[in-house]
Design a protein around this ligand. Structure first.
Ligand code: HMG
Ligand code: MG
Length: 284
């Protein structure tokens, strides 16, 4: 049976947008529950400015408090060298640099142009490569930007090429505001697949318009087999107006299972984790 990997990003992308400071022990409990669900990779932390994203300020404590499962890689976002050093001190298993295919979102999210962001990522990439740490790359706004409108597919392909040249082992393609359609995903994938094969790419689709699973289906047809998702459909990006949650892990599991793919995930644990995530959002 063909296999689809779901990369769980709930503890990071799902929770980063919550206004209420979620207690560190609740985040740890969520990660510990997810660790038994069968994921290979879980994004649990983000070493960014606490002024920009206060919810992620306890990332080191979360990484210190979780009970690590042997076969799970615990990932962290690192926008610059300082973030990389924080992630290494906290023993993140892998890191991610995160850029954008649109100038408006790059400015809004990381306060620099796309070209400047690539300059900032280079020393992070050098340090990760030197340390032998796996590095993933994110590209936001791969089809639509809340500031600049539609994103030209060639721009996504160009940024992907730069991130791959820096040593990223996989590029996660972000529909940050959940406005993509199967057609715009198709056009974007045609462009990026000119740069590298489908095994180099993951879909990271937010579900604002309720089309994320359809966009995953379109991506499966192009050969992608890795999708980011958050239990309970939590999340959003604080610097993307109108962005809503990631597609729910349990919804992706159900859709790809119905299409005949195995995920290796325990559906009961996913349900429990989704309940826990929803309670966190509700402030219970
Ligand atoms: P900046 O203001 O341009 O840079 O921010 P700076 O170097 O002048 O730093 C500003 C302040 O942040 C300084 O503190 C630094 O010390 C501090 P101050 O002097 O004002 O007290 N600082 C840090 N603190 C802790 N850890 C660090 C760090 N770096 C600087 N690593 C910066 C540039 C990138 C830091 C800032 O813009 C930032 O933190 N942005 C984060 C935005 C973010 O996390 N967004 C959400 C994640 S991305 C996302 O969700 C999209 C994704 O899911 C894919 C998709 O859906 O599209 C991945
Ligand atoms: Mg996201």
């Amino acid at each position: 049976m063909d296999y689809v990997e779901i990369f769980e990003v709930g503890p990071r992308d799902g929770l980063q947008n919550e206004k209420r400071q979620i207690p560190t022990e609740d985040k740890i409990a969520l990660v510990d529950l997810l660790s038994g669900a069968g994921f290979k990779r879980i994004e649990v932390a983000s070493f960014v400015s606490p002024k920009w994203v206060p919810q992620m300020a306890d990332s080191a404590e979360v990484l210190a408090g979780i009970t690590r499962a042997k076969d799970v890689s615990y990932a962290a976002l690192t926008p610059n060298l300082r973030g990389f050093e924080g992630a290494m001190a906290a023993k993140a298993d892998e890191i991610a640099i995160f850029g954008s295919a649109s100038e408006g979102f790059s400015k809004g999210n990381i306060n620099c142009t796309i070209a400047e962001s690539l300059e900032r990522f280079q020393p992070v990439a050098d340090a990760a490569n030197e340390a032998g740490i796996m590095m993933r790359g994110y590209i936001s706004c791969v089809t639509d930007c809340p500031f600049d409108g539609p994103t030209p597919p060639d721009k996504v392909a160009w940024v992907a090429e730069q991130l791959i040249a820096m040593g990223c082992y996989e590029i996660s393609l972000g529909d940050t505001i959940g406005q993509a359609t199967p057609d715009t995903i198709d056009a974007m994938l045609d462009a990026v697949l000119g740069v590298a094969g489908p095994d180099m790419f993951a879909g990271h689709y937010h579900d604002t318009a309720g089309r994320a699973c359809d966009n995953i289906e379109a991506s499966l047809k192009k050969g992608l087999r890795v999708f980011d998702a958050a239990v309970g459909g939590l999340g959003g990006c604080p610097y993307a107006p109108g962005a809503q949650g990631n597609v729910a892990t349990e919804a992706v599991h159900d859709r790809v299972t119905a299409l005949g793919y195995a995920t290796g995930l325990d559906r009961d644990i996913l349900e429990k984790a989704a309940d826990m995530a929803r309670q966190m959002r509700a402030g219970e």
